[in-house]
Design a protein around this ligand. Structure first.
Ligand SMILES: Cc1ncc(COP(=O)(O)O)c(C=O)c1O
Length: 425
């Protein structure tokens, strides 16, 4: 008997994040691996959850989302990004951005379709694409240069890095031109990016739109899970986006996460907004999967959206994350690890290049299997420094391209970041 579907066979091992969090707990490490905030979620969310638990119905609610949440989300988006989405047709709620993305894959892709990703791409995209019998193609984003300690410190003044440099990571448009074709059904991009913290510029979206003009069948999925964490010149929610780009918005579905917005990754509420025809497919996917979400959690989230519609809360959250990013990046630069660095423009993470680092040979061996450098480095960090980071090769189609990069999460308390810095000194 083989009770497991073939498409699942490559994915039976625990996910990398769960594995590294487990190791962090077992070995008493500082966990800068998994991207969850380790500070308390806002009291307003806890209050809303208790209030709604007493009053909200616990019966099935609408598949697309509880009407109160759809209304609140629609008003929030209108206020914050200036787009008015029709509550009945252009917006949907699912169980976190992850389930929304799964609905996108199910709702948009046919077997044999091709999906373009920009590498390094969040590693859950690839299995989701494969589960639909579709094919993923990674277009690399190339670092313009490796910034050694002295280079990156030129961008550090008065306790802050200069976050306004758009040129750290460049999208390879020639590569995109070579791989896009009539079978391409979806272009999936993420801004601010997990893991590198890049945000796409208006010029990059213009170039993308020029290319996509020749491929009318292509849907764009903008994963904006971190749309409220934008540094330097960019304001929360208001930065170059596909969903507001005049030539991309009609073919875009934009995915966001209330869990990320309220620093509560266990909340499991995510949104899709965009073109009615695309959202129709997502709703159908949801109907035959989870059917609907927990109403209490939805109406509590609606209350939070109403209370934070003026954006003040998100300005303070952005400032907090920017401070943590400055602190961690300076700590990494001053550590005894001789790495190369980039300044993230948003999100939860910093990526560093480890090509200069001598990793003891024993960390390359995993029960007879030779590991890539990023994994060997992560085990070296866990065992000899007591700090967890995340290897980046899983974010690449071509794993070799990612084997010199690792990811460090700064969505952590000052005490946690300080302790990691102390251990890396
Ligand atoms: C880029 C990106 N998209 C989507 C998600 C999923 O978000 P959620 O926790 O709302 O499912 C994550 C979570 O880490 C992410 O990093």
């Amino acid at each position: 008997m083989q009770p497991i579907a073939n498409r699942m066979l490559n994915y039976l091992q625990p996910q990398m994040y769960a594995k590294f969090t487990m190791l962090a707990n077992q070995k008493g490490c500082i966990n800068l691996g998994q991207g969850f905030p380790n500070f308390p979620s806002p009291q307003m969310l806890r209050d809303a959850l208790s209030e709604e638990a007493q009053t909200e119905s616990l019966q099935y609610t609408m598949t697309a989302g509880h009407p109160k949440l759809l209304n609140s989300a629609s008003q929030f988006f209108e206020k914050q990004i200036g787009c008015k989405f029709n509550v009945d047709k252009e917006i949907m709620v699912s169980s976190g951005a992850q389930a929304v993305l799964s609905c996108v894959m199910q709702g948009v892709l046919n077997p044999g379709d091709e999906v373009i990703l920009f590498d390094p791409a969040f590693d859950l995209y690839r299995p989701m694409i494969e589960f639909q019998g579709a094919k993923h193609i990674g277009v690399p984003i190339i670092p313009k240069k490796l910034n050694a300690k002295q280079d990156i410190l030129k961008r550090y003044k008065n306790g802050k890095f200069d976050y306004s440099n758009d040129d750290d990571w460049n999208l390879d448009f020639n590569y995109l031109e070579r791989v896009i074709n009539k079978k391409t059904k979806l272009v999936l991009l993420n801004s601010p990016m997990n893991p590198i913290g890049k945000m796409f510029s208006t010029e990059e979206y213009n170039q993308l739109a020029d290319i996509l003009d020749r491929y009318p069948q292509v849907v764009v999925c903008e994963d904006a899970a971190y749309h409220h964490i934008t540094f330097g010149q960019y304001q929360p929610f208001n930065y170059p986006r596909c969903i507001t780009h005049p030539r991309l918005k009609d073919r875009t579905v934009c995915v966001t996460s209330a869990g990320k917005m309220y620093s509560a990754t266990g909340l499991r509420i995510g949104f899709a907004v965009g073109n009615e025809e695309i959202i129709k497919g997502l709703k159908a996917a949801q109907t035959y999967h989870i059917f609907c979400l927990n109403p209490v959690i939805q109406t509590a989230t609606a209350k939070c959206l109403d209370q934070t519609q003026d954006g003040k809360y998100f300005n303070s959250i952005r400032d907090l994350y920017e401070e943590q990013a400055n602190m961690l990046l300076k700590g990494l630069v001053d550590s005894r690890l001789n790495m190369n660095y980039w300044v993230p423009q948003g999100g939860y993470f910093i990526v560093t290049d480890i090509s200069n680092i001598q990793i003891p040979e024993k960390y390359f061996n995993d029960n007879g299997v030779r590991l890539t450098r990023d994994f060997a480095f992560a085990y070296y960090m866990i065992n000899e420094f007591g700090v967890v980071c995340i290897p980046c090769s899983p974010y690449y189609e071509n794993k070799q391209l990612g084997q010199n990069y690792v990811r460090w999460a700064f969505c952590k308390t000052t005490e946690t970041i300080q302790e990691a810095i102390n251990r890396l000194k």
